[in-house]
Design a protein around this ligand. Structure first.
Ligand code: C2E
Ligand code: CA
Ligand code: CA
Length: 573
């Protein structure tokens, strides 16, 4: 932390000298000018005006006591009672011993005796008073992060703001640095190792700051904020540092991602500037597995910039969020259905469907759920939308049942947020009952990562739902990090493979072997395997060969409106 402070301490502070004697002003100014920017006032009145003008940037006042207009005592009193101004330390200038006690009582930080015969001592006193006052603010506000020695978040913001006050014209970059899937590193190697990784990152950041200036904090477990003077060479410096870092740890699993908001707009709040950097950083989430984005080097460390594209995306997101309620009322949301076929026999047989939402927006066209589901998950709106889909799906099962005399079970997606809703079970039972259905006709898809988020809560919830008769499929299996141990304790009815594995199954033998492995796991758990995202005949044949039970994908059909789905049911007859 000390290193970080030094950078701020190097900034030239502003000091006000208040004295009615021109010769005294000049003498003192000559001494202080070496290390500080100096401004002058001739009496208390004038000083007060200047202080108010420079309220935010003034670091210290050197104050003579005996002056016309308003004397030093009066000014001292005024300053001491003002909640904003009292933070500015005042050193009293006096030739009378007796005045010292009184001025200290009035809130002066120190005094300097006249005449000014020891410049070094004077300068040292000025420095010390400023340091004490600044440290005081800091100590009162927060603490530092014990693990890395960097600032904590509120402390950091405080300092970043101070930095802006002192150097309003310096171009600054806001950076957010994050460890990809840090919780997995903790799980795999233990907390002590995780802490060591964070400490190393803290060290690296401090080193960079020593070189280029700026400040940093650890703001949440594995997220670091860095505020540094603008630079253009992130590509080189970051690659270099990251590779050094990974080599030092001898662990290629540790990938970092960096979001950069360069030349951060100082007219917006510091918090907002870091939100933007965070947005850029989040854009890279998971990119090391998908291998997209600015990925480079053996350790696949990545960085990206906040840019106009992200800004537009932000605005777009805002718009979607603000329009959701209206869209629900106006029935802009449509539920589509995608068939799932059992491929165990000679001929594929339609066994169920997945309900997938679409937003048919009057101006923006059809918006896919990938664009709004994550947004709505972030602010609770998903609750309403999911219930709308669940109700529509139940009504649809009923319609098909009445029309064709067969039950086509439909699976709905249950968002991870829903798992925490104590009312979930009741709501689902009500929806099913209102449409005279059995819970067994209703399937629930829950993504694997929701299980890893909070395995205890989810196991309890899923147990209850299954006891009610609902069938639960684990969605996106293979994308999370369930351990075999955990899986065997999980109450589920099917494993649905993550689409990523299917994508390259024909080209990549490793992916094929992964699928085989997952089929083995499913056998061990005695549950069927569903493969989704199946687009080609070749993928279909390979999956059949690997032992998959059920297939969903464009190979059979895209998600389609219910009227079109009617034809698929009719074809089965
Ligand atoms: P998911 O649950 O993994 O759904 C499968 C996604 O794969 C769907 O994307 C589907 O249209 C797409 N897909 C199906 N077959 C193929 C194929 O052969 N090739 C390719 N490339 N893609 C295929 P979609 O509809 O865009 O949905 C994306 C995600 O949004 C879903 O992923 C799900 O997590 C979420 N979602 C969709 N509807 C809802 C909903 O009503 N509630 C909640 N909470 N989430 C939903
Ligand atoms: Ca799904
Ligand atoms: Ca899926």
């Amino acid at each position: 932390m000390k290193e970080n402070l030094i950078n701020i301490k190097n900034i030239r502070r502003k000091v006000l000298i208040v004295d009615d004697e021109p010769i005294n002003r000049r003498l003192l100014g000559f001494i202080v000018d070496r290390d500080f920017d100096v401004i002058y006032a001739e009496n208390g009145m004038q000083a007060l005006e200047i202080i108010k003008e420079n309220e935010k940037t003034l670091s210290l006042i050197l104050l003579d006591l005996l002056m016309p207009e308003m004397n030093g005592y009066e000014l001292l009193k005024l300053l001491h009672t003002d909640p904003e101004l009292r933070r500015i330390p005042v050193i009293v200038l006096t030739s009378e011993k007796s005045a010292e006690v009184e001025s200290l009582q009035l809130g002066a930080a120190d005094f300097i005796p006249k005449p000014y015969d020891m410049p070094e001592v004077i300068l040292a006193r000025v420095h010390r008073s400023i340091e004490l006052a600044e440290d005081n603010i800091i100590i009162n506000e927060t603490e530092k992060d014990g693990l890395t020695g960097l600032y904590t978040k509120s402390f950091f913001y405080q300092y970043a703001k101070q930095h802006d006050h002192y150097s309003p014209n310096q171009k600054m970059d806001a950076l957010v640095l994050n460890v990809n899937r840090f919780h997995i590193i903790n799980e795999l190697y233990g907390r002590a190792y995780g802490d060591m990784v964070l400490q190393k990152i803290g060290e690296k950041i401090s080193n960079v700051l020593d070189e280029v200036g700026g400040i940093a904090c650890r703001c949440e477990s594995d997220t670091f904020f860095i505020y540094i003077p603008h630079r253009d060479d992130y590509a080189e410096s970051f690659t270099e540092n990251a590779e050094l870092f990974a080599a030092e740890l001898e662990n290629p699993r540790i990938n970092l991602r960096l979001g950069i908001y360069e030349n951060a707009d100082k007219s917006t709040d510091i918090e907002q500037r870091f939100d933007k950097a965070m947005l850029a950083c989040n854009k890279l989430r998971g990119s090391h597995t998908l291998n997209t984005g600015n990925t480079f080097g053996a350790y696949k460390t990545s960085y990206t910039y906040y840019d106009t594209q992200l800004h537009e995306k932000e605005l777009y997101s805002e718009r979607l969020i603000s329009e959701m309620d209206k869209a629900l009322d106006e029935k802009q949301f449509k539920v589509f259905y995608q068939p799932k076929y059992n491929i165990k026999g000679e001929k594929p047989v339609l066994v169920s469907a997945e309900a997938l939402i679409r937003w048919v927006h009057p101006e923006l066209g059809t918006i896919s759920p990938g664009a709004f589901i994550p947004l709505f998950e972030g602010n609770g709106l998903i609750h309403k939308l999911d219930r709308y889909v669940w109700r529509s799906a139940a009504e649809q099962i009923k319609i098909w049942k009445d029309k064709y005399g067969v039950s086509v079970p439909v699976s709905v997606n249950v968002s991870r947020i829903d798992i925490y809703d104590p009312n979930l079970e009741n709501e689902l039972l009500t929806i099913v009952a209102e449409n005279s259905l059995q819970p067994s006709e209703y399937l629930l898809e829950i993504t694997e990562s929701a299980y890893t988020d909070n395995s205890h809560q989810i196991v309890e919830t899923v147990k209850k739902l299954r006891a009610d008769g609902f069938r639960v499929e684990m969605d996106d299996f293979g994308s999370g990090y369930s351990s075999l141990n955990m899986l065997s304790a999980l109450p589920i009815d099917a494993l649905k493979l993550d689409m990523q594995f299917i994508k390259n199954i024909a080209e990549n033998n490793k992916d094929y072997r992964m699928v085989e492995l997952m089929v083995d796991i499913a056998k061990f758990l005695s549950v069927p395997v569903i493969a989704e995202g199946v687009e080609t005949e070749q993928q279909y044949m390979l999956l059949k060969q690997a032992g998959c039970d059920i297939i969903q994908g464009y190979y059979f059909s895209k998600p389609i409106p219910p009227e079109e789905f009617n034809l698929l049911i009719e074809n089965e007859k």
